[in-house]
Write a protein that binds this ligand. Sequence first.
Ligand code: AMP
Length: 120
Amino acid sequence: MAVDNIFMKIVRGELSADIVYRDELVTAFRDIQPQAPVHVLIVPNHPIASAADAGQGDEAALGRLFTAARQVAEQEGLSQDGYRLIVNCKAHGGQEVEQLHLHLLGGEPLGPMRCRHRDR
Ligand code: AMP
């Protein structure tokens, strides 16, 4: 299991990050390369490599990702206009860091979910 990825290091306090929310199940911190005025990553506090690796034992943390996202969105003033939640999974999903994480993006209209279409 991928326990030494950068996000687990942030969770364990071994790597610094701009943490905006933390509880016993999840940690939320600002993305270092924000794609929107607000871009926060929310990660389980225990290792889960990707959405494809999540199991029943992970359900409490997975549920908490969404309620923590709601709380962070409120803190960041996003609740009224809305926001986008994204989970990239493995290579085709564009996942770069091998620890399941929820992207919370907002602060402006985000446009269509996919901007690049492939001709077939
Ligand atoms: P993904 O492509 O879904 O795996 O997203 C990984 C995200 O992690 C990217 O948006 C990166 O900008 C972000 N990222 C990488 N390293 C760090 C870090 N040390 N602190 C905060 N965000 C990071």
